[in-house]
Design a protein. Structure first.
Length: 656
């Protein structure tokens, strides 16, 4: 692989306010340096101390790290604990009446549950699962809308030692079927439907179809149905059971199943380059430790915080920073069923005001869409409760960062731009808000105990200021343990022999500037080779969005007989698309020159196509593979069942 060329130049720097530094959990450079030195000088002792301080153990561990079967690392393996106990029971003596979850439905109804009430719901439902014969090690698929019940289902599985696999409610029946079969799930927990953006989204019919595919899925013995809506559903009496019937008469006392530290907590399927989903398997103790430390370090958690992560529980962000992280530290959190633009684009800002949110964590895609929907709308709400903002999911372009910092955070809230993955389980590279100066677009520096580096294709470190492959050189507790039923693919994908077989390969290209700040440039396979130069798509997209006329942009490549690849940019404007071809052409040329002036002639798009929206999954990720197929004139063969906006396909094809 040829190194990717970094062409983005960002010089703005925002240092933490003195008052914030003084109150931070990690306060100032001296505290940060002490953690770095501890991790460097006594790596195992560092993680052992954190595991003892942050987790409650039934049986303490005596061995911290077992590398004997590397890269299948084991952490704290002889210790016993339970994830649900760590998230609920241990808070009952200190904060039983503290609100655990503030749930706001799509229609605006608000429900609150305390830690005592949530504990009771989890125990009752866990006893219901046990009554169906579900025991330690059994796999349970959860296909639910965003709800308190979704979190209850996850926590109840953890309580009895069952391994949950949450599938996002927007996935098709075929995708659900694949995950049920691969996990050999004994039970599916679902709802009749969910409410999203004023619409009812059916869920139970997809479960029925998924189970019936390919002649039937024999592993599933029961389907539990929560009634969120009044939507009539088909019923299979020998298999289906109502949630409310399952819990009727069940005890609210449920002894946790004490499991080994390495016991799988969950499997979460993520896309693979081959098209076959990868079942990322996470352990109990190591994963919990990652979520706890990052809540305290990156989000600087305080006991009076109102924490809101907008992610769905079907994704890793919803696992780590909805279902486990906030509950593990005893936080009050907001859970939202709907979308940010319904009934209007002020919904997020109104909710922050209504619930007095202090920490707000969302995706750059949501930020950019809200800029387009009404960049002045945050000013209509009282956002004075906010003290910290976060970004997750993909690199945030500098101009969106600045808008987020100025319009939402009112120039007083640090923005923690977090880099991590489904596979890492928790934050890897992110600012510590009481320590790190911020650069718009940079996820800044690795957390203490995370030895991130940028190497070339042989595994050798590259010089500061040059680009290469992002790796993590030492194992860490929250790292995935394997791919479910596919250890060979795990080794090949994440610990390739070409890099020595010991570095975790993130799959991202990155640059580390002269200040030691990391810049994520996109996936290794999401790069453009233009005239022999490999350019990261994110940098060109950032340049386009830096223009005052552009709301969003996605960049892909298509074959070019001279350059190798030509850059094709799909652009969403802040105004209407020009009605005449002449005006559209003139605007496209203007934007091409803008990119050339911002980055250089090398990055100038060959073609710019205007569209009203970009094709996104329901989780907000841009489907760049789909755009690449359209740009290359290929037939669209990908599964588009997860598209939030399927009607946009025809517009994109016409734009071509």
């Amino acid at each position: 692989m040829t190194l990717i060329k970094s062409v983005l130049n960002e010089s703005r720097l925002f240092r933490p306010e003195k008052e914030f530094v003084e109150r931070a959990n990690v306060s100032g450079l001296k505290s940060y340096t002490a953690l770095i030195e501890e991790a460097t000088q006594n790596y195992e002792g560092f993680w052992a101390r954190l595991a003892n301080e942050n987790l409650s153990w039934k049986k303490p561990f005596t061995q911290t790290l077992d590398s004997s079967q590397a890269p299948f690392f084991k952490w704290f393996s002889d210790g016993l604990l339970n994830a649900s106990y760590n998230c609920l029971d241990r808070h009952l003596e200190t904060i039983p009446n503290k609100t655990a979850i503030i749930f706001e439905s799509d229609e605006g109804h608000v429900t609150k549950v305390t830690y005592r009430e949530l504990h009771r719901q989890v125990c009752v439902f866990a006893n219901g699962l046990r009554s169906l014969g579900i025991t330690k090690g059994d796999r349970v698929i959860i296909y639910m809308p965003m709800s308190i019940e979704g979190v209850v289902a996850m926590q109840a599985c953890a309580r009895i030692g069952a391994i949950h696999s949450v599938v996002f409610g927007g996935f098709s029946a075929k995708s659900l079927h694949e995950r049920i079969v691969d996990a050999e799930a004994k039970c599916v927990i679902t709802a009749d439907a969910g409410h999203r953006g004023g619409k009812i989204v059916a869920l139970k019919p997809a479960v029925d179809e998924a189970i019936a595919l390919d002649g039937g899925t024999e592993c599933v013995k029961s389907v539990i149905v929560y009634h969120r809506s009044v939507t009539p559903v088909q019923w299979f009496a020998e298999r289906d059971i109502h949630w409310h019937e399952l819990i009727k008469g069940k005890s609210d006392v449920c002894e946790p199943e004490w499991v080994e530290a390495e016991h799988p907590l969950f499997i979460l399927y993520t896309s693979g380059s081959t098209g076959k989903p990868k079942g990322v398997q996470h352990s109990t103790a190591g994963y919990l430790l990652g979520t706890q430390t990052s809540m305290k370090w990156v989000f600087d958690y305080r006991s009076n915080d109102i924490f809101w992560c907008t992610a769905d529980i079907g994704w890793i962000t919803g696992h780590s920073y909805v279902a486990y992280g906030p509950l593990g530290v005893g936080a009050t959190q907001v859970i939202f069923e709907g979308v940010p633009t319904w009934p209007d684009a002020g919904r997020f800002w109104q909710m922050i005001e209504r619930h007095k949110v202090t920490t707000f964590y969302t995706a750059p895609t949501a930020i950019r869409s809200l800029i387009k929907a009404g960049e002045e709308l945050p000013l209509n709400s009282d956002l004075s409760s906010l003290r910290l903002l976060g970004s997750v999911g993909e690199p945030i372009n500098p101009e969106a960062w600045i808008w987020y910092y100025e319009k939402v955070g009112q120039k007083r809230c640090p923005v923690v731009d977090t880099w991590w993955q489904t596979e890492t389980g928790s934050h890897m590279i992110a600012p510590l808000p009481g320590v790190t100066a911020l650069k718009p677009g940079s996820c800044t520096q690795a957390l203490p105990g995370i030895f991130a580096a940028i190497v070339d294709e042989t595994g050798q470190d590259v010089e500061p200021g040059k680009s290469g492959i992002l790796v993590i050189k030492r194992p860490f507790p929250s790292l995935l343990r394997t791919l479910w039923k596919d250890p060979a693919r795990f080794k090949q994908s994440y610990f390739p022999e070409e890099l020595g077989g010991t570095f975790y390969l993130a799959g991202d290209a990155a640059n580390r500037d002269l200040d030691g700040f990391f810049w994520i440039m996109g996936r290794i396979d999401d790069v453009l080779n233009v005239s022999g130069h490999r350019l990261g798509t994110m940098e060109i997209e950032s340049a386009l969005v830096g223009n005052a006329l552009v709301a969003e942009a996605a960049v892909v490549g298509r074959p070019h007989e001279i350059k190798g690849e030509a850059i094709v940019a799909y652009v969403v404007l802040k105004k209407e698309i020009p009605s005449s071809p002449t005006e559209a052409h003139a605007l496209a040329e203007k934007l091409k020159l803008w990119v050339a002036s911002e980055i250089g002639a090398l990055a100038k798009p060959e073609e710019i196509r205007f569209t009203e929206q970009l094709p996104k999954t329901r989780s907000g990720k841009i489907m760049r593979r789909l755009l690449r197929s359209i740009a290359q004139g290929n037939q669209t063969l990908q599964d588009v069942s997860t598209l939030e906006n399927p009607a946009i396909l025809e517009q994109l094809k016409k734009a071509a």
